[in-house]
Structure formats: C-alpha cells, structure tokens
Design a protein around this ligand. Structure first.
Ligand code: GLC
Ligand code: GLC
Length: 650
C-alpha cells in the first residue's frame, strides 16, 4: 500500500495517475480541459486522500479488489468535480475561506415537505419571501425524489436520487430553486437517504429479477437461518409494521433486510460498490446545489452479527469516507447527522471529519420533559454534561420535526437525580398522550411495543403544548398558557448555542390533523398527525389580530430578530447556570465581554430568581431584558408563568 502522505503535493495529479494507471487518460483529459481547475482538484485530493484511504482501507482493505474500487471512486470524484457548476465552485471557495460560516447568529433554519407546504417546487419558489420574512437562511426540504405511489414513508423510500417526484417538479426546477434560494441567502438542505432505497429503485428491481450483482447491493437471504441469528441482538424500529428487521417477499422467495418499512430495503455497505454508487448519488445532489445533506438514519448503515447493528465503528468510518469525498469534489457540502439514539452515541458522529452539524434530540426531548414536569433538573444536568461539542461543529436545535419524539435521555443522567428512566418514560408517554390526569397535551402514541413497553409520541408542537385542548375548552387562560409554552421552547432553541430549526407550520401554531386516519396509506403511521397541509389562510393573517397563530408568529419573529442582532448568540458555547429555582432553566451566552443571561420559566406559576445569584454571572447591578426592553430593579426577579427573558447588563 502506498503511503499517501508521501505524495509530493505539487505533482499530486501525476502521482495519482501513476499509482492508478487506468486513471491516466481521464485525469489527463481533465487537466488539459482546464489546468487551473484541475490544480484545485488535485490540491483537494492530496489534502484529503489520506483520510479517504485510511477510512476505506479499514472497512474494505481486506478485499482482494480494494484497489480497483478505490480507482473507480477516484474516477467518480474527478468526474463530479469536472461537472460541478462554476457558481458552486465559487461557493466552495467562499466556504473554504470561512469554514465556520454556519456559526453565525444570522442563521435560522426551517424544514417542510414541498407538497404539504406549497404543492410543488414551482409554488415553493414563490414562498421565498415568506422564508425571508421569518429570517430563514437554511431550508430543509424533505424527500422530494421519485418514490413508490401510495405508501412511501413520506418520501423516505427513494426510487431514484436523480429524479424529482413528478407531482412536485423536475430536477431542473430543483437546481434552479437551489440557485434562487442561494441568491436570497438561504442554503438548501436535502436528505441523503443512504441507509436504504425503496423496493422500486432500479437496483432493487434488478435484485428481484435475480441479478446477482444487484442482489449484493442489499441483504438478501433464502431462509430464516441468518435473519434469525441477526435478530437475536436487533432492536425493533417499526414493530407496528413488521416484527424484527426482515421481510419475506413471496414473489422472489427471499428475505430482505428492512430496518424500517418493508418497502425500504437496507443497502449492503459491506459491498464497496454500494459505497461508490452512493458517493456518486451524493455528489450529484451536491452538484445540483444542495449545501447540507441530512444523513438519514445514519446509525444503521453497518451491520454485524451479534451486535445491535447500530452506531458500529464502520458506520463512522463510512461517514468519514463520504465526508472526504465531499471535501475533495464538493467542498462546500456539509453533513448533518440524524442519529436519534443514546446521547453518548449522538455525540460520536459530531466532528469536523464526520458530521459538522447534528440534530440535538436530547435538548428537544428534555424541553418537552421539563414542560411536563415543570422541573428543569434533568434538562440542566444533561445539558451541563453534554452540550459542549467540537468547536468546528454546531447543534441543530429544534422542538418538533416530522418524526416522533423519543425519550432518548440517558438513564445514567436520570439516575443521578434519583429518576428511574424506564418509569419516567412511561410517565412522559402517558403525559403526552393525554392519559395522565391533568395533562395539557394531545399527542398520539407511535410504535407502542407491548413486548418492551417502549413508545414514542406524535403530535404538533401546538397540540402537545396544550393549544388544542385549550381551544376545545374555549378557555382563554389555558390558551394563553399554551401559546407561552410554544414560545418558551422555541425561544430556548433560538438562543442556545447552534442553529435553530423551525418545523414550518409551528410558527403559526398549527394543530394536529387527524385526517390521516381516513387514508389507507397513512392510517398505520401516527406521525402523519403532525404533518398537516400548510394553512396559507392562517398564514395570511399572521401579522394581524390577537389570536394564537399571529401571537406565536410575531413572538417568534421577535426572538429571531433578537438572535440576529446580538453576536452573543453566535457559535455554540453556552454556559449552563444554576438559577436556584428548579422550574427555571438558565444559561449564559457571551460576546467578548458582553454577556446575556437567559432565564426560562417552565412552570405556569410565578417563579422567583435571586438577583444576587444572577450578578455572579457577570450582570452587574442593573440589567434589562432584550425581549421586553424592561430594566430590572436590583431586587429579586419574579418571572411570570412560562416567561422567557434575556438579560443584558445596562
Ligand atoms: C429517518 C426519517 C424518518 C424515516 C426513517 C427511515 O429517521 O426521519 O421519517 O421514517 O429515517 O428513512
Ligand atoms: C427515525 C424514526 C424514529 C427512530 C429513529 C431511530 O428517526 O422516526 O422513530 O427511533 O429513526 O434512529
């Protein structure tokens, strides 16, 4: 094996061509086409080849044809760079010069389904003004590629990564949209659904028809022998749909590994061809103008008998290899990890050489936990121990998304506070399904598993926060409390370190939509309750009147403006403080010598915080609230129900 670090960087292109003789012609052609461009590529290649080589060698090095595959991959990288549009190469250059661009307090994200939000890509383009009005700089469009008619897991079963779902638009429109968004300061984020394809993907179709090359793209077995052995140690992800992880396909008499739904076939990454094929799909998304890829179901991509087949070391190596491919052929591209797993495992994906961005599912779950218990101890304890991440990375902080809420806090953290994790999850599930007496929430259970007692929660932010119940009771007081809860948890997401992400619809307090129960393709999956059609009528009234949607919209805009006008909210450093009150969550954000102390009251009662304690955090004698503009007298602060304040020294 060559030692890649010994390649002289000035002659890098030539060296690679010598090492991989088959590449000589291709590389020469690209060099002749555009010497300056090729120079950039070879610099990126030499800088990242070692990581690429080492990560892939650890996964595939023992296969006799490893070198051949590496050569194919290099060819793919060179070709993809060659095809990369000039304006994206300019973007690459800008991002390389400012690698921490996403740490700015300017950034606010939004996420939606194209069809539910605007019908199609063409109409979505007309909503750019709306995104700008909200202050969005990051837009995640959920899967919009071709997928099976009928059930398709909201598009997360992809039949082609190169074709947009024809009901939504075309690839051309997507590329144009990416450009339009970029011109308006908005980065396009798409999913990289790379753990599985749909059963209608060309590869799966070929596998079904008996083609051995493509059967090796998936995990396919003739009988239960091996599946049974794997299942001894696997967790069930969608037990409502099928027990275990395998599905029997009678037409072609085989079992297929299907972690999620039966129509989502897990890809076999132990086959290096699969890695290369998916790297090719990834780079084609990057060349269409996607700036961030959300690595869907990242924990599941590597399987090994006798393990849980989640978060295995090879999964990390493969992400490092994908990341190295991006650094070489599409350097502006960033990864966001979607690992909704134990917080120790979530943290392992967050590094500049893996995922620069990561969902923060722990914060999300514990915001809801604190609303249910009116006690922030577990939130405070968990954030204090787990919030800090590599300085080249950022959290994506959210309160709701298109998926269920899983209570992924650490049992060990809970045990420190004498909380039993198992019992506490049961309580939270009871609370958020409204079974617990006095609960304000109206959620639905998701994937309740009687075998393990496991259950997760579906529901929109507003319905879980009590608005649905309050409106049904026509109770003004309860309505106000619900609205304050919605604003409270969003305000935390807007001011804590990282990029906030709004699940679009939540900014207008949209309620649960129970119509999925009448749709045979959706009725099995309660997550559809929180995927309502975006209500543009409500949106039209967003700036007028005294009603929950406009109060939430204007309240959210206000906190977004505060975020965007104060540098203390950039970066991810956040110091969690003891507020001396178990219902009040507190943290400090800093910009040089200026500090902002944030207090969030998670109860529906007034709560006092001692001003002497606050002075310890550098506030001085007099301070004012960025939200209400009120100067606080030096006495103790009495916070109103669910009040959120951002204190800055006068
Ligand atoms: C991710 C998606 C989820 C989907 C699953 C399978 O977790 O967020 O909606 O069901 O992957 O693709
Ligand atoms: C997806 C599913 C969620 C599951 C998770 C596992 O996010 O929606 O329910 O727990 O994958 O990573």
């Amino acid at each position: 094996m060559p030692d890649p670090s010994s390649f002289p960087s000035d002659a890098a292109g030539r060296t690679f061509a010598r090492l991989f003789p088959r590449l000589q012609t291709t590389f020469k052609k690209y060099r002749n086409d555009s010497p300056a461009d090729w120079e950039i590529f070879s610099r990126q290649l030499t800088a990242n080849f070692e990581v690429l080589f080492n990560s892939l060698a650890q996964v595939y090095g023992n296969q006799y044809d490893f070198y051949y595959h590496l050569e194919c991959l290099l060819e793919t990288l060179a070709q993809s760079w060659h095809e990369r549009p000039i304006e994206l190469k300019e973007l690459d250059h800008r991002r390389q010069n400012e690698p921490d661009w996403f740490q700015s307090n300017d950034h606010v994200g939004g996420v939606c389904y194209v069809d539910l939000f605007a019908g199609n890509l063409d109409n979505l383009k007309k909503k750019i003004e709306y995104f700008k009005e909200l202050g969005l700089t990051y837009l995640h469009l959920m899967p919009l590629f071709r997928s099976p008619a009928g059930e398709n897991d909201g598009g997360y079963a992809i039949s082609s990564y190169r074709d947009v779902n024809p009901d939504i638009g075309t690839m051309q429109e997507l590329t144009e949209l990416a450009g339009d968004l970029r011109k308006n300061g908005i980065s396009l984020v798409l999913d990289f659904v790379f753990n599985h394809t749909s059963q209608e993907h060309e590869w799966a179709m070929k596998a079904r028809s008996g083609d051995p090359v493509f059967q090796n793209y998936y995990y396919i077995f003739p009988n239960r022998e091996i599946p049974d052995e794997y299942e001894l140690t696997l967790r069930e992800i969608f037990p409502d749909e099928h027990p275990g992880a395998f599905t029997w396909f009678p037409e072609f008499q085989r079992y297929v590994w299907t972690t999620f739904h039966s129509y989502q076939w897990d890809l076999n990454y132990s086959n290096p061809e699969v890695f290369i094929a998916m790297a090719r799909e990834m780079l084609s998304l990057a060349n269409a103008g996607v700036e961030v890829l959300r690595l869907d179901a990242v924990a599941f991509i590597w399987k090994q008998m006798g393990t849980s087949c989640e978060n295995l070391p090879q999964a990390h190596l493969l992400i490092q290899a994908f990341n190295a491919c991006a650094r070489i052929a599409a350097p502006a591209l960033l990864f966001k990890s979607e690992a909704i797993v134990h917080p120790d495992e979530v943290a392992r994906y967050i590094k500049p050489e893996e995922c620069q961005l990561s969902y923060n599912p722990l914060l999300m779950a514990l915001l809801w936990e604190s609303l249910a218990t009116r006690n922030v101890s577990l939130l405070q304890e968990s954030m204090r121990g787990r919030f800090a991440i590599d300085s080249g990375c950022a959290w994506i902080n959210y309160v709701r998304c298109h998926d269920d809420i899983g209570w992924t806090f650490s049992d060990e953290d809970a045990a420190h506070l004498w909380i039993n994790g198992y019992d506490h999850r049961r309580f939270l599930n009871d609370f958020y399904t409204g079974r617990f007496e006095g609960s304000f929430a109206r959620g639905l259970p998701f994937q309740e598993n009687p075998k393990t007692g496991d259950c997760r929660i579906s529901g929109t932010c507003a319905s879980l926060a009590g608005l649905e119940e309050a409106l049904m009771q026509k109770n003004k007081g309860l309505t106000e409390l619900a609205v304050s809860r919605i604003l409270l948890i969003h305000s935390v997401a807007m001011t804590i370190g990282g990029i906030p992400l709004i699940y679009l619809g939540d900014e207008l307090a949209m309620l649960n939509d129970y119509s999925f129960r009448d749709d045979p393709h959706k009725m099995q999956d309660s997550r559809w309750v929180h995927r309502p059609q975006f209500n543009w009528k409500k949106a039209a009234a967003r700036n007028k009147g005294n009603n929950p949607p406009s109060t939430v919209f204007l309240g959210l805009k206000k906190i977004i403006n505060i975020r965007r006008s104060n540098k203390a909210f950039s970066g991810h450093e956040t110091d969690f403080i003891d507020t001396g009150n178990p219902s009040v969550f507190g943290y400090v954000r800093t910009d040089g010598s200026r500090r902002v102390v944030i207090l969030a009251n998670f109860s529906e009662r007034n709560q006092a915080v001692q001003s002497n304690l606050l002075r310890l955090y550098g506030l001085g004698y007099e301070y004012y609230d960025l939200l209400s503009d009120c100067v606080f007298p030096p006495e103790d602060i009495v916070m109103k129900p669910y009040q959120f304040i951002c204190l800055q020294a006068e």
